[in-house]
Design a protein around this ligand. Structure first.
Ligand code: BV8
Ligand code: ZN
Length: 250
């Protein structure tokens, strides 16, 4: 893979880097994206399902939609892209993964510095009393489970449209973006805010912005480098180049 001289030089010395990821990095694991050809949003509008209004209007439908996605995620495994980022964490002293994904695949691949901006589908909580709720507590009955403590409705621990992002994860992600010399935007259509503002925050604080995606996005023209192709092929090649560059510089 041909790297720019700028990226190769950066690889030799970089100490602060961030990988910002979206649904595209999980596509090669078999998790459908939102806006691609077979995207989830093609079949239904996001506001109907990934929103509080949608849940209150039709709790069983929304709960079943998340149960369907949980079943998909339970059967998939991290792919070469996730594993490459897990390796990168051991090669760059200050390295964080900031993900919009709720599929937990970065942690399952071995990444430990992971900030989940939009929550995690494997976690649930009671809307009434906030108590965490584990799936196995349910009796497997269809429809929205009820809280064993207060009887309130249980919801997935994900950030719906119109909801605030988890404060600590958001603040830590902004700090990571501001401190980065190198910022990867990987597998995201850069359409959902405030997450989509992070690549610009990083670049305006001096980061070299590299986008990895098979197709251009609204971010592509501002990126310093656009590596066109699937993350599962490009990221392992980048890790090899990073290894070579750091070996050559010692
Ligand atoms: C908030 C969790 C405010 C749930 C999700 C008008 C203008 C600007 C903003 C807004 C607006 N109207 C409303 C808003 C705000 C809204 C927003 O941004 N809407 C957008 C749609 C315009 N944002 C919000 O509501 C956020 N909250 O703003 O609160 C607030 C302020 C004060 C007080 C109270 C509140 C909350 C947003 C979070 C929504 N939750 N998900 C769930 O998943 O069910 S969003 C959802 O989209 C996912 O999290 C997903 O990660 C995210 C972004 O999608 P992507 O990850 O980018 O995935 P996508 O399919 O779009 O793209 C995939 C890409 O991968 C493609 O580019 C494709 O080419 C590429 N790809 C494919 N294969 C590969 C690949 N890349 C690499 N390798 C491959 N192999
Ligand atoms: Zn409760």
């Amino acid at each position: 893979m041909t790297l720019s001289d700028r990226l190769r030089r950066l690889f030799a010395t970089v100490t602060h880097a961030t990988a910002f990821t979206g649904a595209g990095i999980s596509a090669e694991s078999g998790v459908p994206t939102f806006r691609g050809a077979d995207g989830i949003w093609n079949k239904m509008r996001p506001e109907e399902l990934a929103s509080m209004d949608g849940f209150l209007r039709n709790p069983d439908l929304v709960w079943e939609w998340y149960a369907h996605r949980k079943r998909i995620i339970a059967d998939v495994r991290p792919n070469a892209g996730h594993f490459a980022l897990a390796r990168m964490e051991h090669m760059i002293p200050h390295f964080a993964v900031v993900t919009q994904n709720i599929d937990n695949l970065h942690r399952r691949a071995g990444s430990t510095h992971v900030f989940e901006l939009h929550g995690n589908i494997e976690r649930n909580y009671c809307m009434q009393c906030g108590r965490p709720y584990a799936e196995e507590e349910g009796r497997g009955a269809p429809g929205v489970p009820r809280c064993p403590t207060c009887g309130g409705k249980i919801r997935p621990d994900v950030v719906w449209f119109g909801e605030m992002l988890p404060e600590e994860e958001w603040n830590a992600s902004v700090r990571a973006a501001e401190d980065s010399e190198l910022f990867f935007s990987i597998g995201t259509s850069a359409a959902v805010y405030p997450a989509a503002s992070l690549p610009v925050v990083a670049q305006s604080h001096g980061a070299y912005l590299v986008e990895i995606n098979p197709e251009p996005t609204p971010l592509t023209e501002r990126a310093d480098e656009f590596l066109q192709g699937p993350a599962g092929r490009i990221l392992p090649a980048l890790v090899e180049a990073l290894h070579e560059a750091r070996k050559a510089s010692t």
